[in-house]
Design a binder for this molecule. Structure first.
Ligand SMILES: Cc1cc2nc3c(=O)[nH]c(=O)nc-3n(C[C@H](O)[C@H](O)[C@H](O)COP(=O)(O)OP(=O)(O)OC[C@H]3O[C@@H](n4cnc5c(N)ncnc54)[C@H](O)[C@@H]3O)c2cc1C
Length: 328
């Protein structure tokens, strides 16, 4: 096969377990590569090579490169930047694709600055121009408009892809697997402990189900109800901004214009009024369920299902009903 372009994909994992969004990025890279005679190389920085290499190939990689070091078990920004730059300098790459997760966004911004190359973050659509160049669409102005991105200048051009948007099934494919140990700068014990703590929670931007609460939840103690519902469904808990401003939830939970943008399959808005700044972060969810005591709440205008009622009473009922269905 003659290869015209090389696309690098960074696989993201949490304590060795591959994040689903990485498979989406691989699929998207594969679709582009098929249109531009491209080769897809998946970079997996991990503490050890794992058995998922075949999966990466099925989702689109032509080659999987495991770069291993004990300090790569968790995402540590400095290590990833060091290792990725080292790999990118070894040969020439046309495109670098990453998930638009917190880690992926951070990594793409720093690599872009260090290499002096262009970056398109949070892309929701990719295509190939007549000239054979990759183009991207990304939302701007809180999702009110879309920006069409064309790259020029130094390569690799960097794209981070929004989670839950580029899903494709695996294919039966062949590929090559390469494993190598790499050297990294020494890390302090304190950094290792901090990274372990942060890495244990499901990131709301990647969750396929998000259960969010607003001021209508009345107090921080009632978020336990949302945690229980999210726990039964395998989802993550989100929050509106005043909830975060009140200190009821951590900022990493905030959904909206000044928080995170989520596109899950299912979004529960519990006691959330539906202000435009909140909608900016969740209106692209595939199915929205709103629970609000005010039948005129704005959130019902974007909801697929609406329940008018007290969220404190409705949420435990939903949790029980889902539990019955899931365990039956
Ligand atoms: C520049 C800027 C950026 C912003 N960024 C964000 C952002 O990123 N994310 C964000 O969320 N907001 C953001 N906001 C704030 C936004 O404008 C709203 O103030 C906020 O979203 C409202 O949060 P809420 O829905 O939790 O609270 P409220 O608007 O007070 O709504 C509470 C809702 O709960 C309902 N309710 C009350 N009791 C119950 C009950 N027992 N059961 C069920 N429902 C009940 C009420 O009917 C009401 O609809 C931003 C604002 C500005 C100006």
């Amino acid at each position: 096969m003659s290869v015209d372009r090389v696309l690098a994909v960074v696989i993201e994992h949490d304590q060795g377990k591959t994040k689903l969004v990485s498979l989406e990025v691989l699929s998207a890279a594969r679709k582009l590569a098929d249109q531009i005679s491209g080769k897809v190389i998946a970079f997996c920085f991990n503490h050890a090579a794992n058995l998922e290499a075949e999966l990466f190939i099925q989702y689109g990689a032509d080659e999987v490169r495991f770069l291993t070091h004990p300090d790569l078990q968790h995402y540590i920004h400095e290590n990833y930047v060091f290792a990725l730059l080292r790999e990118l300098e070894k040969s020439s790459f046309d495109y670098l694709l990453l998930p638009a997760t917190n880690n992926g966004k951070e990594l793409s911004a720093v690599i872009s600055a260090k290499l002096g190359v262009g970056v398109a973050t949070d892309c929701i659509s990719l295509s190939v121009s007549e000239a054979g160049d990759v183009e991207a669409v990304r939302p701007v102005s809180s999702g009110k408009a879309h920006s069409n991105i064309r790259f020029s200048g130094k390569k690799p051009h960097i794209l981070s892809l929004r989670p839950n948007v580029f899903r494709s099934p695996p294919l039966s494919r062949q590929g090559e697997i390469v494993t190598a140990e790499i050297q990294l700068p020494e890390l302090s014990q304190r950094v290792r402990e901090l990274v372990k703590q942060v890495g244990s929670e499901l990131d709301i931007t990647e969750a396929r189900i998000v259960v969010s609460g607003g001021l209508g939840m009345q107090g921080p103690e009632n978020f336990k109800l949302l945690e229980e519902l999210a726990g039964v469904l395998g989802g993550a808990v989100g929050a509106s901004r005043p909830v975060v401003d009140n200190g009821w939830r951590d900022y990493s939970n905030q959904v909206g214009q000044t928080g995170r943008t989520v596109s899950p399959d299912l979004y529960f808005a519990c006691g959330i009024s539906g202000a435009v700044q909140h909608l900016a972060g969740m209106s692209s969810s595939r199915c929205i369920v709103a629970i609000n005591s005010d039948p005129n709440a704005a959130i019902f205008s974007v909801a697929d299902y609406g329940i008018v009622g007290d969220a404190i009473k409705v949420v435990p009922v939903l949790t029980q009903e889902f539990k019955k269905i899931i365990t039956s």
